[in-house]
Design a protein around this ligand. Sequence first.
Ligand code: AHM
Ligand code: MG
Length: 335
Amino acid sequence: DSAESINTDIITLSRFILESQRYDAKNATGEFSLLLNSLQFAFKFISQTIRRAELVNLMGLAGASNATGDQQKKLDVLGDEIFINAMRASGNVKVLVSEEQEELLVFRHNPATYAVCCDPIDGSSNLDAGVSVGTIVSLFKLLPDSQGSTKDVLRCGREMVAACYAMYGASTHLMLTTGNGVNGFTLDTNLGEFILTYPDLKMPLEFPIYSVNEGNSVYWEEPIQQFFQQLKVPKSELKDKPYSSRYIGSMVADVHRTLLYGGLFAYPSDQKNPKGKLRLLYEAFPMAFLVEQAGGKAVNDRGERILDLTPENIHDKSSIWLGSKNDVEKYLKHI
Ligand code: AHM
Ligand code: MG
């Protein structure tokens, strides 16, 4: 009967964090656990705000609210404020880089040893159409004796200690790595808890999907055009079927699908974006870390590993190719 089919011993993110703290000497002080707790609070808050906002805005249009003529705050501004406040209040963050803030923020009063880089609401151009968006985060440990500066984040991707994203879709998901595989959680809105639903997630070795903004193809260099042509019209039609195209235009949603189903996601450089479009610190780095930890690969146009790169400025961009191991290797072979 149904009472028997209820799992009464679920693993919440809080339980997961506490249990890994018990077995992880590096995290013995619990500072990292507290920081993760503040992160999950920010994700829940942003998730709730996005879900409520659509209705509030629609009612506003109908004239039901907005009597004072107040403009609704844009969601990316709200998301940024929620995230910054949660990180400042956690006390465990010294340095914060946000896509929405030109300069890096230093919380001088926090006796903390972590630097956090984030895109509070990635894919926000999709918001009004109700398409999935997300928050992307990378974490670094401050350099020894640092009081908090750009030096703490202008580092090689391999020095990241954790990365995660929350995706606000039909459900809210949270995918997390601390360098020991990927674990995925789903928000139970009734409990207000993230529940472990994808323990030790591994992505398929290959899958015939490519995900790229093909509207940019006239601006791509010849080899990139040839590569996608080859995915659509394989040389040996008997052996290889053509790839399907899937592009949401929300990095979190496109990468999430790639993690679960496999395939290839790319934002190459082009004549309009000579260095690519996506940002290293809070888009390319954390997604590359997650994808590698799930068994995939992430490289730039030239085939260099994303995690081997080092940004010179906090908002630096990079071209990116990430996904299933064999699909990324297909690109590497091509170039
Ligand atoms: P944003 O940070 O301003 O939202 O831009 C990043 C987004 C990614 O989510 C997505 O992969 C990409 O931009 C889509 O760009 P385009 O519309 O050029 O295909
Ligand atoms: Mg973004």
